[in-house]
Structures are given as C-alpha cells and as structure tokens.
Design a protein around this ligand. Structure first.
Ligand code: S3P
Length: 434
C-alpha cells in the first residue's frame, strides 16, 4: 500500500518511453514456452502481471532466464508441461489466468490457477464453457466459475466457438487450446478484439486463418522459438498522452509505442474529441507496428464512444473519461458493460474517482455520461485497480493544489516507472506510506 501525493498545475514537457506491452509480453512468454527451441524476448514488461507469467511457467517445468536485458524461454516442445506442485499464482492478471488455462488444457496435467482478491471476483465461465466443450475439465466457484480455477487437460477436440463477448482473452484461450487438437479450432467474436495472438501465432509458425470476425488455428500446431521485440504499451502511453492534453501548458512525446490498429481506438477517440495525437513514422517490429506519439494541451469536444471502438480502447476508457471532463460538452461511453468485470467494476470506479475530483458523472448499465466541469484536488482510493490509480494521478496533475491517491502500489502490475516518467517531464509526485 502506498499513497501518491500529487501537486498539480505544473506543465509537463519532454520525451518519455513506456514499458513493454502487457498483452504482447504475456503471449510471447506463453507461446515461447510450448515452442521448440529458444525464444528471446526484448522489451518484456517487468510488471507484476508479466512476472507472474514467468513464475507460472517455471512452476509448469519451463526453464526461464531473465538477464535484465532479455527474457529467455526454453521451449518444452514435445516434452510437455508438468503438473505444478501447488496452485499457480496469477496475481492480479485476468489475462494470465485465461490464457494460461487455454495453454494448460492441451496437456495431460492438472493445475489450479488462483490470484488476488480482485481475480477471485472475475468470471471464468467465459473460458470454462469453451474449454469444457473441447474436453477439458474445468472447475471454479459457482455459476461464473470464479477462481481458484482447476484445469485438468488432455486429449482435446477442436471446436468452432462463437463467443458472446468481444474478448481477446477468450479468443486466445481457445486458440491456445486448439494448438493441441487434431483439426481446425475456430473462434468467432461479436466485435473485433486485439489480434496480438493471431499475429504472434503466425510468427511462431502456426497455421492461422482469419475470415472477418472468425479466426482459426490448425492443430497440432508446431511452434518454432524465435526472437520477439515487445513495443511500448499504448495502454500505458495513454496516461501520459492525456496528461499532455489536460495539464495546462504541456507537450509530451511518448517514444516507440505499439500502434496495432486493434489497439488504437483511444487515438481515434482523441481525434474525434478534436485533439489528434501527432504520430511519427510507423516502423514495423516483428508483426507489430510502432510509432512515437505526441500530445499537447488541446481544446476538447464531447463525443459518443460505443460499438467497435470499445474493444479497441477498453483499457483506456477510464483515462478517456477523465479527458472528457475537460471537453466543451458531455461525453457518453456506451456498449462498455465489459468494464464491469475488469480489475474493478470500472464503470463504478471511474465514476467514483471522477466525482471525487468534482466531476458530474452519470452511471449507466453499460457505460457513463461525463459532463464538463471544473475539477479540484481530491483524496481518492484506487480500490487496488492500477488504471484507476493512474487516472487519479493524471487528474491530480491537471488541477492546482495537492491530491492524494491511496492504494497506488497496484500501478506496478502494469506500469513500473510510471511516477518516475512523470517526474522526468516535470511533475511533482511523491510517494508516502498509506
Ligand atoms: C487483454 C484483453 C483485454 C484487456 C486486458 C488485456 C489481452 O481483456 O482488457 O487488459 O491481453 O488479451 P478482454 O479481452 O477480456 O476484453
């Protein structure tokens, strides 16, 4: 537990970078683990979520080295995963739990996946249903299959699964399990979700086919270990970019950020708000595109955010809602009921956070309406949700006076160095014990 004391009102200027993409780091380690040969990952996110992935793999018998420069995964290939001695701890990471369940399900092992108090509230029926229909035994608490979740894997059969939710975690879980089936496993989503798994599977040599909202993998998939370079996380960059926009007199460049089109809904939202992010030339790194992004103080318009934009910006919606407080009219976020099952109920927690800073926010079943208004300093609690804590810090920087963000240690799950990066831009943020 840690409190951040934020003294706002100072302009933020300069150039920063952000740690590696969380989604890509998880996938590189997990696929490297079941590949043949060695996978070397540079830019791996050393946040708690992804470090939990490395620990879980070690517990499943995978050799993992981290020399500080690169993470090296020695793939098990034919040898298979081993039954771990105790429960695998995913910490705060829903992505890890869901992707790992799919990976483990393909092997004749039994593993229990557990995590912190937030994880124990997150629904796992969305992966239990397809994994059971593939032949895995999956158990958890109650109808929603809450963690701890036990997976007994083995001989799986391929399925064609239509997911009721647009979730890259569900899609990836089923495709990972499909790697061990004989035949084609496919997943169809209601809206497009991030496609890092598809790109990375292809990079590791799997046979993947995409057709509109359906993606298929041919099993058994023979993966070949490789070098992976992880770009900066756009979901982390979003906090700095909004800071550049709402903190008076600011101009911030974030270097080498992943700009995969299935992740850039946030940039589209800002452009629609009248504050286009300046994007440098796009470079191609492995299967992902990377660019520098720059924001500066801007006049913002209220907008409507819904439909296909939502999965493309799902993790950025709390900080987008903060930007909306500075617009000239109301912003409505809709079709975003998935926010209710993130690290916290992010419809409720975002509304509570912004209201503490003085914003007028209406909560709806599937979203929020944020009205423009004058914000002032506040004392808030993150409730253990890293993105709520970081949104609180940016709100504190945008107002004059001193704000306090309690329970901010959770920021380390996805963004180690968040405070240091802000301070390098001129922010006044200090750590204290709760
Ligand atoms: C992620 C997918 C998203 C996102 C999460 C990371 C992933 O979740 O919110 O932070 O890496 O696949 P859903 O796919 O469940 O929406």
């Amino acid at each position: 537990m840690k409190t951040l004391i934020v003294r706002g009102g100072r302009p933020l200027r300069g150039c920063v970078s952000v740690p590696g993409d969380k989604s890509i780091s998880h996938r590189a380690a997990l696929l490297g683990a079941v590949a043949e040969g060695v996978t070397r990952i540079t830019g791996f996110l050393r946040g708690e979520d992804c470090l939990a992935t490395l620990e879980a793999l070690r517990a499943l018998g995978v050799a993992v080295d981290d020399n500080g420069h690169e993470v090296v995964i020695h793939g098990i290939d034919e040898e298979g995963l081993s039954t771990p001695r105790g429960p695998l701890c995913v910490g705060n990471s829903g992505t890890l739990l869901r992707l790992l369940a799919g990976l483990v399900a393909g092997y004749p092992v039994e593993a229990t996946l557990d995590g912190d108090a937030s994880i124990r509230r997150r629904p796992m029926d969305r992966i239990a249903i397809p994994l059971r229909s593939m032949g895995a035994r999956v158990s958890g608490a109650g109808d929603r299959c809450l963690p701890p979740v036990t997976v007994r894997g083995g001989d799986l059969r391929p399925i064609s699964y239509t997911s009721p939710v647009a979730s890259a975690q569900v899609k990836s879980c089923v495709l990972f399990a499909g790697l061990r089936c004989h035949g084609v496993t496919s997943v169809t989503e209601p809206r497009p979700s991030r496609d890092h798994t598809e790109r990375m599977l292809e990079g590791f040599g799997a046979v993947v086919e995409r057709n509109g909202l359906t993606v298929s993998v041919l099993g058994p998939g023979k993966l070949q270990g490789r070098a992976v370079r992880v770009p900066g996380d756009i979901s982390s960059a979003a906090f700095y970019l909004v800071a550049g926009m709402v903190v008076s007199g600011s101009s911030i460049t974030v270097q080498a950020v992943g700009v995969n089109p299935t992740r850039t809904g946030f940039l589209d939202i800002l452009a629609e708000m009248g504050a286009p992010i300046r994007q440098g030339p796009i470079a191609q790194e492995d299967a992902e595109s990377v660019a520098d992004l720059q924001s500066e103080e801007s006049a913002l318009r209220g907008v409507r955010i819904g439909g296909d934009l939502v999965p493309r910006a799902i993790d950025e919606l709390p900080v987008a809602a903060l930007a909306a407080c500075f617009a000239d009219g109301p912003t409505r976020i809709q079709d975003a009921v998935e926010l209710r099952v993130k690290e916290s109920d992010r419809i409720a927690s975002t509304a509570r956070l912004l209201a503490s800073f003085g914003a007028r926010v209406e909560v709806e079943d599937d979203g929020l309406v944020v009205y423009p208004g004058r914000l002032g300093p506040a004392m808030v609690d993150s409730g253990g949700d890293h993105r709520i804590a970081m949104t609180g810090v940016i709100a504190g920087l945008a107002v004059s006076g001193e704000s306090r963000i309690r329970d901010a240690a959770c920021i380390a799950t996805s963004f180690p160095g968040f405070v240091e990066g802000l301070c390098s831009l001129g922010a006044d943020v200090e750590e204290a014990d709760d």
